[in-house]
Design a protein around this ligand. Structure first.
Ligand SMILES: Nc1nc2c(ncn2[C@@H]2O[C@H](COP(=O)(O)OP(=O)(O)OP(=O)(O)O)[C@@H](O)[C@H]2O)c(=O)[nH]1
Length: 390
């Protein structure tokens, strides 16, 4: 059996450090989730200290009632923090407050007897199940840590339900089984699991924040497609893989025709909607491995791995036809749009995204000059032989 005072001391120290860390992050980021998570750690520390005072203080109101209330409030604060992180908009704060008040009232007459501990265990076991659900709902890039955290919540909940059973057994039957050793083991597990949860949580949060930042840096906010930077990053990666498998590659550049007049006639917000509408049409034409980006105001680029120039031309033509064949209906207006497309293709190991994009842009320029709403795949048929790009 682990030495209880040592377990408690380590747990107190770790929770103070993690709580302090969350408070410091809150000071700089001003996001309430950190305040709740830090508060949860600190309240857990207070609950442990109050419970430990039982050895020296004969005041069950402080050492049992207040300790139990802190044990209930600590996971509630963690869950509110988690809800804010997972952006679950459901307003459960009122339910949590009701739970705290109900627990405070129910515990008042029974805190000094076993029933008080039983009620406390029952409440936090149920809260941990909700915690496991929140972690499961989290969109997370660290699946192993996510599983560990759910595991902590689920095992914590199970242990608390076992405790409920052991505490209830002597009350409802005449069984004389002595569970005191088991209950001590449960107490140790409770402290270890609460501390493990507090340790894994910051890691999970910061990996997610890092991922979200990466997403913001590489994606266009309006359409959700990659931005120019993201296109170059993912494009170069795909290009290298394709070269290894001797695939051909096509790069497609798309520009909305006469877009300035859409803005001028219908306003900028309608223009934004038109850009999103075009992005949806583009997405509808893509295969799993293709990538699409908004690389300029009304300019898009696609990278079609394993598509020859002619295959890419068919894809692009379908896109042109789809856009021409539908109308955007927005704020009572019916807007007809079209796009011009330039394509380049490569089978050359030395080709880069930039070379392909420049070539596609040249073809796009020709498509515009030839009257728009069309696909152009080459300028002079001879220019591809020299550099492997056409
Ligand atoms: N609504 C909106 N407009 C944008 C955005 N980015 C760029 N634009 C507008 O897109 C228009 C691009 O116009 P131009 O480059 O002159 O080209 P165009 O009118 O589309 O004509 P062609 O390309 O020659 O067919 C400009 O009026 C920009 O203000 C955006 O994010 N939202």
């Amino acid at each position: 059996m682990l030495h209880l005072p040592t377990v408690i001391s380590i747990s107190l120290l770790l929770n103070v450090l993690i709580g302090g860390f969350f408070f410091t992050v809150y000071k700089y980021k001003k996001q309430p989730c950190y305040l709740y998570l830090g508060g949860s750690c600190m309240i857990f520390v207070v609950s442990q200290i109050l419970a430990c005072l039982r050895i020296v203080l004969d005041s069950p109101f402080i050492t049992h009632y207040l300790a139990d209330m802190c044990i209930i409030i600590s996971p509630i604060l963690a869950l509110i923090g988690l809800q804010k992180v997972t952006n679950l908009t459901r307003n459960t704060n009122r339910h949590f407050l009701t739970l705290v008040i109900a627990s405070a009232i129910v515990l008042l007459p029974i805190y000094a007897i076993t029933a008080g501990q039983l009620v406390t265990s029952l409440v936090i076991a149920t809260l941990f199940i909700y915690g496991a659900y929140l972690v499961y709902k989290m969109k997370c890039v660290a699946p192993m840590q996510q599983k560990i955290l759910s595991g902590c919540f689920i095992s914590h909940s199970l242990i608390m339900y076992i405790q409920v059973f052991m505490l209830a057994a002597p009350l409802v039957s005449n069984s004389a089984t002595d569970y005191s050793l088991w209950l001590q083991a449960i107490l140790v597990s409770h402290i270890i699991l609460a501390t493990a949860t507090a340790l894994v949580l910051p890691f999970l949060l910061f990996v997610n924040i890092e991922e979200n930042l990466q997403r913001l840096v590489n994606h266009d906010v309006l359409t959700g497609l990659l931005n120019r930077r993201g296109f170059f990053m993912q494009g170069e990666k795909l290009l290298k893989q394709g070269v290894a498998y001797q695939q051909s590659f096509s790069v497609v550049m798309i520009d909305i025709d006469y877009f300035k007049s859409v803005n001028d006639k219908y306003g900028h917000s309608t223009g934004d909607t038109a850009i999103k509408w075009i992005a949806q049409h583009i997405m509808a034409q893509l295969n799993d491995n293709d990538i699409a980006a908004r690389i300029g105001g009304e300019e898009f680029a696609l990278l079609l791995p394993d598509q020859s120039l002619n295959q890419a031309q068919v894809t692009a033509q379908k896109l042109c036809d789809a856009i021409r064949g539908h109308s955007l209906r927005f704020k009572g207006n019916t807007i007809n749009l079209s796009v011009s497309v330039g394509i380049s293709s490569s089978y050359d190991a030395n080709a880069s995204i930039k070379t392909l994009l420049d070539q596609a842009d040249k073809h796009l320029y020709i498509a515009k000059a030839k009257g728009r709403d069309q696909v152009v795949i080459s300028d002079q048929q001879t220019d591809h032989v020299a550099n492997g790009v056409m």
